[in-house]
Design a protein. Structure first.
Length: 215
């Protein structure tokens, strides 16, 4: 019965994407592939007959494509899976390292709803990952659109700061994270990670300043 429900959900998701959300024909193959990958992952790892158990800690987001998706869900408190169908499909692609296809799905999402802050954020993250960690102009634009759509949301400054740090824009990243930390409740799920990231960044900046002073 479980497999009947799973297959029914997959078929339903594909039909909704194609006929309700009017996904372009060129994206049908990518949508189908993402859903098939989801079924394959469920077949390998899913055990619905077993009780829930704690998951092992995820790897750092810059090493594991799936961890990038999980980290965004934690910071945005959107849950897994999210309710937005386009993001569901894009996340399935991103977990398998198909960032260009994920970005295309998310481009359709933001065209349909320019106020979809999470889609803009997921798009920005996918563009950065597709560019091997480089903060490209399209990714920066997507981060800014995410910020404009949800000015008080922690996701855009958190991940924009991460992208800036990876790109060597350390002071800008520190400013973003410090401002975010000031308005982050201590019990927020991402508070500890933000403190650690900011601490590492401060150490790098201090080391660079010390190195420059000795020359």
């Amino acid at each position: 019965m479980t497999w009947v429900l799973v297959i029914g959900l997959v078929v339903g998701a594909f039909l909704i994407a194609v006929f309700v959300l009017r996904a372009p024909r060129v994206s049908w193959e990518a949508i189908g592939a993402a859903l098939v990958l989801g079924i394959a992952g469920y077949a390998l790892q899913g055990s619905p007959q077993l009780p829930a158990a704690p998951k092992a800690p995820q790897e750092r987001v810059d090493k594991d494509p799936a961890a990038l998706v999980a980290e965004r869900a934690k910071v945005t408190e959107s849950g897994i899976p999210p309710t937005d169908r386009w993001i569901v499909i894009a996340d399935a692609l991103a977990r398998n390292g198909q960032f260009a296809d994920a970005a295309e799905m998310l481009r359709v999402a933001v065209e349909a709803d320019p106020r979809n802050a999470e889609a803009w954020l997921a798009l920005a993250n996918s563009l950065v990952a597709h560019a091997d960690g480089q903060l490209t102009p399209p990714a920066l634009y997507a981060y800014r659109r995410a910020t404009a759509a949800a000015p008080e949301h922690p996701g855009p400054p958190y991940f924009l700061g991460l992208a800036m740090a990876q790109a060597g824009r350390l002071e800008e990243a520190r400013t973003l994270w410090q401002m975010l930390l000031e308005r982050t409740p201590p019990d927020a799920p991402w508070h500890g990670e933000l403190v650690q990231q900011l601490g590492r960044l401060n150490s790098i900046i201090d080391a660079k300043q010390s190195e420059g002073a000795t020359r």
